[in-house]
Design a protein around this ligand. Sequence first.
Ligand SMILES: Cc1ncc(C[n+]2csc(CCOP(=O)(O)OP(=O)(O)O)c2C)c(N)n1
Length: 674
Amino acid sequence: MVQERNASKDPVGDERLLLELYRRMLRLFYLEETVRRFVRQNKCSFHASSRGHEKLQIACSMVLKSGKDWFFPYYREKALMVGLGMPLKDIFLHMLSRKGDPSGEGRNMSEHFSSKPLRIVSPTACTGTQFLAAVGMAKAIRYDGRDDIVYVSSGEGATSEGEFFEALNQAQRERLPVLFVIQNNGYAISVPQSQQTSSEIHLIARGFGMDAFRVDGTRFTEMYHTLEPKIAEMRKGSGPVLVEGMVVRLESHSSSDDQSKYRTEEQMEEVRRHDPILHTELRLQQMQLLTPEQVAVYRKEAEREVAEAADLADSMPPPDAERVMVHIYSPVGPAILERAPRMLGEQPITMVDAINHGLREEMERNEKIIIWGEDVQDPKGGVFGVTRGLTERFSGTRVFNSPLAEASIIGVAQGMAIGGYKPVVEIQFGDYSWPAFMQMRNEVSTLRWRSAGVWSCPMVVRIAVGGYIHGGPFHSQCVEALYAHTPGWLIAFPSSAGDAKGLIKTACRLDDPVLFLEHKGLYRQVYTKGMEPDPDYLIPFGRARVVREGTDLSVISWGRAVHMVSQALTKLGTSAPSVDLIDLRTIVPLDEETVLESIRKTGKALIVHEDSVFMGFGAELAARIADGAFEYLDAPVKRLGALDSFVPFAANLEAAVLPTVEGIEAAIREMAAY
Ligand SMILES: Cc1ncc(C[n+]2csc(CCOP(=O)(O)OP(=O)(O)O)c2C)c(N)n1
């Protein structure tokens, strides 16, 4: 270790801080140089250098508390990792995607660091999605009454994403402890900031009423002096802060980019004048804190440290390919005692009541369950009344309205789930789940897997779906097929009150994200009513219900279509074939065995669903039947669903597109005659 020369007081009041900054920046420098070499050697396929951002990132690591505060970083933050104390070997294991990579065992792209002990939550490559999860984590911290701070960062380009605005809005409205750190290097790949916005990032945040300011991110003293007191205030509950750090990008956007195509040599010359490391090195010498000889020793020491870590990581083999499917789902399921339910009361209940009672019972059992969504709070209790009475029973802290922003509903739920809560959120209509699709498809679904089981976000997303309510093209969609195509989610789609209660209760106890699809045409239907199962009755996911047994034809269905099949059979009366009617109840996991067993008995399969036929979930079922029961089939597998159209508004047009009882009747007759 170098002996530092005694010198005059530095501007921060503690010269050790400057020396520590320098030491960490040097580590970063050699780290980036070594990664560059690994890229040239084809050992690393994605490198986004943090050179030019390092002072801002390390300053943040020095004003925040590593291991206590929470970090939702982006892909250009190696310097932050060094600053927070991530072991250099771990950084290389991740950059090289080697066995033992603690950021995700080689599943996540390099530059996406994660660490449970350092509270660095595994990021995705999506620009801007992280803002909402950070807000959710800050909410969890607020609920716990702790004084941790949540750091979330991005470049200036990513602030054009809607999630950024949604996050500013919610963090400020709830005065949550989120530190937004926007690293403005002037470019989003090749796009200059002038093509992103006519405003300035900190001014945008001020528009939300947030405490926001701009600093020169290449100067330590200014940043440190500005940030330190702000952080202290934030710990006392002053609310969110946004800092726009003006930095430079010294390298190309990434190893896949060549900035010489859009930045001139003169521009680069100017940028290099702001090199944060050279600046500090010069300053330390001007302040007589280090001699040129000591600078050389500091450099050598950092270079050696980095080289050792790089060699160690480089000696590791690639990750185990056999484990690639591990951690898509949790290995832990709820303990379910399989038995017939004990029925409560004298009167049958509707599906709305069943879900409401299920939620009520689970909230009583688990105080971590928090419900939010558009209009869910009392007195309205949801546009379909499913959550009615729950705010009154459990308070507005546990059941409340969200802003009208679906990406926020899901993104914030992810963060709160990571923070140990169990969000049970509502998306008012399946048709409006699409603003949240990025969160559902890339964030929530992948978290457990991409972090190799280190992070998870179990939650329930209730979504009202389905047509036959004259809701037109934007209040009628059946969304199961699009979501079933995304691993990581479990999907329930009940057709009766009793099943709805048993399944929502299980959903609330599962350790995975669950999509709970509720057909709004069934909510208050007389034919979905049933006696109420007791509070201990849980239905396992992946267990279909055989609605009626028969020998001639298997009909596989779910949701409202199950009732339409029953109605068609009633209409057929004595001329009906003997039908095995299977209600899947859950789409994921799929009870393939019950389906195949039925077909082995009947030799014929008709799949009936409400969603359109092309690429509907019936296509998957038909393929599985072909794979698993081909030798038993006496007829081609038939699918019946909506036309490959949108659902129109006028009653006669709606009837022309969605499946009809008459159509099902005809299909059953046709199959029986085959
Ligand atoms: C949602 C999304 N859209 C596009 C991309 C592709 N992309 C990756 S980085 C990037 C530019 C981001 O620039 P900025 O936010 O300024 O950060 P910087 O890389 O400059 O640090 C783009 C367009 C992405 N990863 N995610």
